[in-house]
Design a protein around this ligand. Structure first.
Ligand code: P70
Length: 460
C-alpha cells in the first residue's frame, strides 16, 4: 500500500459555511434529463459537490471581504483600480493594465488589437475561449505543444512545453509578418493542468526575440505552474512562488488573465502589456466592450478583492495546500484503478474517458456520458473536456481531440479532504458498472462554444 498522507494542511480555518443539499438518485435522474445530459445545464441546487470548474468558485478570505467594503464606486479613477494596478506591476512585472469583466473580455480586446485577418497564432494547446477570439479576429490557431501533451499516460514533467521545432516550421511556412504573437498558457488547462518549464520559456524568449515575435501569456493559473517549477525544475527549490511567477512573466510581453482562478475572486480579469502602443489601442477598445479603462466592467470592490487575492495567491503555503489537495484526490483515484491523466495537474483531476468507457466511440461522447453518470451516482458535478468542447473547424468538420477527458476541478479553499474521499468513491462506483453504460447523441448544437448549451439524449 502506498502512503497517501501528504504533509500539506490548509493555511486557514473556516469562519463561515454554506449548507449543501443532498439528493436521491431519482431526483438526480430527473435533473440530468432536464439538463439534456449536460452538466452545464444543471441547477446548482441539485449539485452536492460542485467540481464543474475552479473558475469564480473560490472562497474569499476575510481580508478580501473586508476589502470589498472599501470599494470606491466612482465611475472614473477608483482608488481600487490603483491598488490593482500596483498589485499587477509589483507581482507580475507588467507595465500597463486594462481591467476586464473576466478572462474572455481580455482575450477579445487583445485579439482585436494584435490580430489581422489571415494571421497565424501558434500556441501551447488551444483553450476554447482563447482560440475562438483568435478565430473571430481572423487568425488561425496552430498547436505547437510537445507531442507528449496529447498522451494522457506520458509522465513528462512539463507537458505544457512548446516544441520549438514545430514552432520553427510554422515560422518558416508563414513568415514572421503573419505571426503577431505566440500564445503561451501556464498550467495548460486542456492538457490536464500541465506546466511549462522555465527552461522552455527561456528558449522560447530567445527564439521569439530573434524573430521579433511577441509572447502573450495566458496567466490564468500561473501560480500553480510556479509550484511545479519549484518542485520539479533544477535550481528552483529554494525560490519562492512569488519569485518564480515574476520570472515567468519577465519572459513574456503581455498577458490575459481570468482572475476567477488563481487570483481567488468570484469575478474579474485583466489584460496587461509592456508596450505603450498596444496599451493605447486596448484602452481605446475597452470602453467599447467592457467599460471605462479604470474599471473595465468591474465594480470598485471587485478590483479591491482581486488586488488582495493576487497577493494571497502567491503565498507558498497556500499554493502547496491547493495542489496538495488535488494530488490527494488523484492518488486516491489511482489506488481505485480510475484511469487519470498523468502527471497530476494543478487544478483538478482529469479522468480519461477513452480508457474508462473503451466500448464507446468518440461520436458517442464518452466524456459527456461519464460526466452525466458521475452526477447520477453521487451528485458530484464535473465537466466534459473532449470532443464536445473541441467543437467544429471553420469548414464545419468536428475537431476530434486525442484527449477525451472529464475534469474534476477543485475550487480553491472550498472543500475538505472528506469531500475528496466521497468524490473518489463515486468514480469507483461508476467504474464498477462501466461496461453497461451506453453513450449519448447530440440533439441540440449551438453555433459557438457548443459545450455550454448542447443537449443530449441517451442511446439505447
Ligand atoms: C474553466 C474556465 C477559463 C479560462 C481558462 C484559460 C486557461 C482563459 C479562460 C477564460 C471557464 C470556462 C471557460 C470556457 C469553457 C469552460 C469553462 N476557464 N484561459 O472552467 O476566462 O472564463 O474568465 O472568461 O481556463 O476552465 P473566463
Amino acid at each position: 500500500m502506498k502512503n497517501y498522507k501528504h504533509s500539506w494542511a490548509e493555511p486557514y480555518k473556516i469562519k463561515m459555511v454554506e449548507l449543501l443539499r443532498m439528493t436521491t438518485r431519482a431526483q438526480r435522474l430527473k435533473a440530468i434529463k432536464e439538463a439534456g445530459f449536460n452538466t452545464f445545464l444543471l441547477r446548482s441546487e441539485d449539485v452536492y459537490i460542485d467540481l464543474l470548474t475552479d473558475s469564480g468558485t473560490s472562497a474569499m478570505s476575510d481580508r478580501q471581504w473586508a476589502g470589498m467594503m472599501m470599494g470606491d464606486e466612482s465611475y472614473a479613477g477608483s482608488r481600487n483600480f490603483y491598488h490593482l494596478e500596483n498589485a499587477v506591476q509589483k507581482n507580475y512585472g507588467y507595465k500597463y493594465l486594462i481591467p476586464t469583466h473576466q478572462g474572455r473580455g481580455a482575450e477579445n480586446i487583445l485579439s482585436k488589437v494584435l490580430i489581422k485577418p489571415g494571421d497565424i497564432v501558434p500556441g501551447n494547446m488551444y483553450f476554447t475561449t482563447t482560440r475562438l477570439h483568435q478565430e473571430l479576429a481572423g487568425a488561425t490557431f496552430v498547436d505547437v505543444i510537445i507531442d507528449e501533451a496529447h498522451d494522457p499516460l506520458n509522465e513528462h514533467p512539463f507537458k505544457g512545453n512548446v516544441d520549438l521545432n514545430k514552432l520553427e516550421k510554422v515560422v518558416q511556412e508563414h513568415g514572421t509578418g503573419k505571426i503577431p504573437y505566440i500564445s503561451i498558457a501556464t498550467s495548460v488547462n486542456m492538457a490536464g493542468g500541465q506546466p511549462i518549464s522555465m527552461a522552455n520559456l527561456r528558449e522560447l524568449r530567445a527564439f521569439t526575440a530573434k524573430h521579433g515575435i511577441r509572447i502573450i501569456h495566458d496567466m490564468t493559473r500561473v501560480a500553480e505552474n510556479a509550484h511545479f517549477i519549484q518542485k520539479r525544475e533544477a535550481g528552483y527549490a529554494q525560490k519562492s512562488i512569488r519569485e518564480i511567477v515574476k520570472e515567468i512573466c519577465s519572459y513574456t510581453d503581455g498577458a490575459t488573465m481570468s482572475a476567477k482562478k488563481d487570483a481567488l475572486v468570484n469575478i474579474g480579469g485583466f489584460m496587461a502589456t509592456n508596450e505603450w502602443e498596444v496599451f493605447e489601442e486596448a484602452r481605446n477598445l475597452v470602453v467599447v466592450y467592457e467599460g471605462l479603462h479604470t474599471y473595465g466592467g468591474l465594480a470598485g470592490r471587485d478590483m479591491e478583492a482581486m488586488a488582495i487575492g493576487i497577493e494571497e495567491s502567491l503565498d507558498d503555503n497556500h499554493i502547496h495546500a491547493r495542489v496538495g489537495q488535488v494530488e490527494y484526490l488523484g492518488h486516491l483515484m489511482e489506488s481505485y484503478g480510475v484511469p487519470i491523466v498523468r502527471p497530476i495537474g494543478g487544478h483538478g483531476i482529469f479522468v480519461d474517458a477513452k480508457r474508462f468507457l473503451p466500448h464507446l466511440s468518440q461520436d458517442e461522447f464518452p466524456a459527456q456520458t461519464l460526466a452525466a453518470e458521475i452526477f447520477l451516482d453521487s451528485g458530484v458535478r464535473t465537466m466534459e473536456r473532449g470532443v464536445v468542447s473541441a467543437g467544429r473547424k471553420a469548414n464545419g468538420e468536428n475537431y476530434y481531440p486525442k484527449l477525451e477527458l472529464v475534469r474534476f476541478t477543485i475550487p480553491r479553499r472550498v472543500y475538505t479532504q472528506a469531500h475528496m474521499d466521497v468524490i473518489a468513491e463515486s468514480a469507483l462506483n461508476v467504474l464498477k458498472r462501466a461496461k453497461r453504460i451506453k453513450g449519448l447523441q447530440m440533439v441540440y448544437e449551438p453555433k459557438y462554444l457548443r459545450f455550454f448549451q448542447a443537449r443530449f439524449e441517451r442511446l439505447f
